[in-house]
Every structure is written in C-alpha cells, then in structure tokens.
Ligand binder design. Structure first.
Ligand code: 13P
Ligand code: 13P
Ligand code: MG
Ligand code: MG
Length: 363
C-alpha cells in the first residue's frame, strides 16, 4: 500500500495574495528532502498555486498519520517564520492554531490523502485551486464520474459500467452521506448543486470499492468563525482503466464554471484552468485558478509532474473565463457577483449591522 498525501496551506502571499515567494518553496523542499533521506517519505514534490504552498508526498505510513502531519505542520511553521522575515502578506494565514495536536485537520491546512495498491500503471492528476473553496470540485467530479456526456468510458468501458459512489460532507453540520451513481444521481445533485454547504469528499469505484478521488473539504471560516481567506482546495484523481481516462478527468474544466472566492473570498467568478506559471491571480485577486499536476506513480516514486493545463486545448476555456470575469465584474458590489448575505457572515458584514442596529426602525 502506498499513501499519497497532499497537504497545503497559505503561509504568506507574494505580492499581496497573488503568488508564492520562491524562497518559501525552496525551504519547503529542503525540509521534505530531510524527511525523504530519513526514510519517512518515499518521494515528494513542492508546488504552489497562487499564494498556496502544496506539499505532495508519498509514503507507507497510511492516512492521517501523525508523523506526516507533524512534518507538514513543521514545514508550514518554518515557512511562516521566513514569510515574516520577508514581510510577505498574511504570513501564517492558514495556521489557525499555535500548537500541533496529532493531525493538521481542523487546524487550517487543507488535506487530501488516499492509500491504495499501485496498479501496473498508476496515472494520477492532482488539482490545486486558488481563490475558491472546497465545493469547487463538486461540478467537475460529477462530470468525470457520473456524466456520460463528459466521460464516454461510463458507456463503453465495461469496467466502469457499474458506476461510482460519492461520499458527500455537510461542511456546516459535520455529517456525511454516500450516494451511488447512476441510480441516485437526482438525489446526489440536490447536494452537489449546493457547493457552499455540501462538498464531495471522495469517490469510490462501486464494483471494487477502490478509491478513485479524494478532496480537501474543510471550511476555514467555519473553523475560525471569521473571514481568514478562502480554503483554496485540492483534489486527487486516479485515472485510466477502471477510472476515467486522463482526458476525461481534465474535460470538465473546459467550462469555466462559477465558484465562490475571488476578491476577499466574497465573490462568484469563473474557475480558470491554467498552466503552473499562470497560477498567479492578480486581476481583482483572480479570477479563481486551477492547475493540474499529472504524475505516474512508480513504486511510490512521483514520476512528474506534467503541467496538464499547459495545452492550447484549454485556450478557449481561458478566453471564456476572461469574458465571464469581465461580465461579472461590472456588477461591482451587487449579488450574484457578490456572495449572498449568509456567506457574508464571515466578513465585515456583522460589524456593519451592529453599527447601524439602532438606525433601523419599523415600517
Ligand atoms: P489506450 O488504448 O492507449 O489504452 O487508450 C485508451 C484511452 O484511455 C484513451 O483515452
Ligand atoms: P487567499 O484565500 O488566497 O489568501 O485570498 C484571500 C483574499 O482575500 C483575496 O482577495
Ligand atoms: Mg492569502
Ligand atoms: Mg490562496
């Protein structure tokens, strides 16, 4: 069994919230290299999407392992120290606790982990997004694993014909439910279509119960009780054979679908699929970005990454995303560009209401 852990945090932006400083990435690589030499990690890569630092690690310690989580926490803390020296913006933004207590879940960093037996060939895609939140994967995961208009394999590949099971998390009430496709897609879409509340945690191959996809689902604002930046989620998807082909996994991103995030985490806007080098959202701190790192895993080694959206095939999606971004921006502070009121609870909105409370009179 090999475990793939993707653990990420925003520990400081360069410049503002737009990108990550190269020195932070370099220091994280040095830290993980020590853990690899010590034998804790089989392999690792350090990437960034916007201002989010991404630790991609393979190991044999299983999911939710204290040593792996502690390693990540230490890297984020050391990174925060460096970010403070460089006075990067929002140094330590996602470290919501002072002390590590066994697991980084609920402490700010995002976590997506899966343990599996390596297949004869193990292609995986790691999606990383900035300026958006956990439910952003609902739409593409549905398309990949349940929509035959996206994934022809559901129709013509016998090993996929029995469908997939979706584990959905209610991020407010901390409850979960598993629904099967294709038999329960109408029930499933009731929840998936409400991504600010319900997020797909994982997807399983129904016949074999093998893990197919896993995502990070924490909502930072629900942990902190106030606005502390968006969650900027990650998602790991296994591809080919009993799972969707690589091209079927990437295809949903040809539509720059609308997500929550963007400026001050308080807007709706299109999710733009970009190459690694273009994941520096600066237009109104956006529009929201997603990158896709492709790997072949070979005996625990990460062969890659390939920059999967670095393909002219996604140029139209990027152009379309810019058109939508211009259209949305013209609405300024008006909904539905601005998030609905219940989502503004975690911004300055409550303070404005307190200030004006005694100026409201009955009508
Ligand atoms: P192969 O015939 O190379 O396996 O390709 C099938 C496929 O997955 C194409 O999307
Ligand atoms: P991040 O969540 O990426 O830090 O962005 C916060 C923000 O306020 C952008 O305007
Ligand atoms: Mg930030
Ligand atoms: Mg971010």
């Amino acid at each position: 069994m090999i475990t793939l852990s993707v653990i990420k945090a925003d520990i400081g932006g360069y410049v503002g919230h737009s990108s990550s400083h190269p020195a932070i990435l370099e220091q994280a690589r040095e830290g993980l290299e020590v853990a690899r030499k010590d034998g804790l990690l089989a392999d690792f890569r350090v990437l960034a999407c916007g201002d989010d630092l991404q630790l991609i690690m393979t190991h044999e310690q299983g999911e939710d392992n204290e040593r792996i989580h502690k390693l990540s926490w230490d890297i984020f803390e050391a990174g925060t120290e460096l970010a403070k020296k460089l006075k990067l913006y929002g140094a330590g933004q996602d470290l919501l606790s002072d002390t590590f207590s066994g697991n980084v879940k609920g402490m700010g960093p995002g976590v997506a982990e899966m343990a599996f037996e390596e297949r004869p060939s193990e292609p995986i895609i790691i999606f990383m997004a900035d300026k958006t939140s956990a439910g952003a994967w609902n739409f593409p995961l549905y398309k990949m694993f349940a929509d035959p208009f996206n994934t022809i394999g559901l129709v013509i590949a016998p090993v996929m014909h029995s469908g997939f099971a979706f584990e959905i998390h209610d991020v407010k009430e901390h409850k979960k439910i598993t629904l099967n496709t294709p038999s329960e897609i109408y029930d499933l879409l009731v929840f998936l279509g409400a991504p600010s509340r319900y997020a797909v945690k994982s997807v399983y191959h129904r016949e074999t119960n093998e893990i197919a996809a896993v995502s990070s689902t924490q909502r930072l604002s629900f942990i902190a009780g106030r606005y502390v930046g968006k969650d900027d989620p990650v998602c790991v998807v296994r591809a080919q054979n009993q799972f969707p082909a690589v091209g079927e996994v990437l295809e949903p991103f040809t539509l720059p679908f609308i997500v929550e995030g963007w400026m001050r985490g308080s807007h709706h806007g299109p999710l733009m699929p970009v190459a690694f080098n273009d994941a520096n959202p600066s237009r109104f701190d956006g529009p929201p970005r997603v990158i896709a790192a492709g790997f072949q895993i070979a005996n625990g080694q990460l062969v890659g990454p390939r920059d999967m959206f670095d393909d002219p095939g996604f140029d139209e999606a990027r152009r379309h995303a810019n058109d939508i971004a211009y259209y949305m921006r013209h609405h300024g502070p008006f909904e539905p560009h601005r998030l609905p009121l219940d989502e503004m609870e975690y911004t300055t909105m409550p303070q404005v209401m307190v200030k004006l409370a005694d100026r409201f009179t009955d009508i």
